[in-house]
Design a protein around this ligand. Structure first.
Ligand SMILES: [Zn+2]
Length: 242
């Protein structure tokens, strides 16, 4: 029997994150007076990391999804975060290294799974006071996507957001539309357009260009223009968000 093929390594203890941040802090030769550095892993809902400096105390919280990342990746993230609060520009290498790690398919799968498990996406049912998102989704699916967009969870947002009119959450496979659009003063094609936009996010995956994740790629923008009232909708939305 060839059992040795699956090599099981003993679990390494998670790296001392504070030590990583301290190392990078000195390497960057940051002049600002700092009295303490504290960096810990934190069970955020997704791949999120935060940093703050208050009275010379640096406090960083790094997504525990990165607990198994190599010291190199953690140093890269430390550089990005420290650069952010100390008004520096992180090196290309750091950005590239961190992005390459978080872009691995296995990582994306874990991020999505964690979001699903930890994040609670509360939303109102798809049948609103004026518009039924489910009906709109199915109609658009037929008209523009040959019915090929998989059925997704749909709902109106709890918040009455004026800025974010729609959102597709890939972790939850959920399309959320701002409750602001569920109104008789909002024409139907506008709601359709926002739903159409979010459906395109399901159809067209995020592209990676150099160090950036391109959510609205050229392909995406072209597809958007296929919506019949595209220009009118854009103008209306700008007015609505103003
Ligand atoms: Zn979008």
């Amino acid at each position: 029997m060839k059992q040795a093929e699956q090599l099981v390594l003993p679990l390494a203890p998670p790296p001392d994150l504070t030590e990583v941040f301290r190392r990078v802090f000195f390497r960057l030769r940051i002049k600002s007076p700092v009295v303490s550095i504290d960096a810990q892993f934190h069970p955020f809902a997704g791949l999120r990391s935060t940093i703050s400096v208050r009275n010379g105390a640096v406090k960083a919280r790094v997504s525990d999804l990165l607990a198994e990342a190599s010291p190199l990746v953690l140093e890269a993230l430390a550089e990005i975060l420290l650069a952010r609060v100390f008004h520096r520009r992180p090196s290309r290498e750091a950005k590239e290294c961190y992005l390459a790690y978080t872009f691995r398919p296995t990582m994306r799968t874990r991020i999505d799974a964690t979001r699903r498990a930890r994040g609670s996406k509360r939303l109102l049912p798809p049948r609103g006071h004026h518009y039924n998102l489910e009906e709109i989704f199915h109609e658009l699916n037929r008209r523009f996507f040959l019915g090929q967009i998989p059925p997704s969870r749909l709902g109106w947002s709890h918040q009455y957001s004026r800025r974010i009119l729609g959102h597709y959450d890939s972790g939850h496979g959920t399309i959320i539309i701002s409750r602001k659009l569920d109104s008789p003063s909002v024409p139907r094609y506008l709601v359709e357009y926002v739903v159409y936009h979010e459906m395109l996010h399901i159809r067209i995956p995020v592209e990676r260009r150099g160090q950036r994740r391109v959510v609205h790629s050229r392909e995406f923008r072209e597809a958007e223009k296929k919506f019949p009232q595209y220009e009118l909708a854009c103008r209306q939305l700008k007015r609505l968000c103003a």
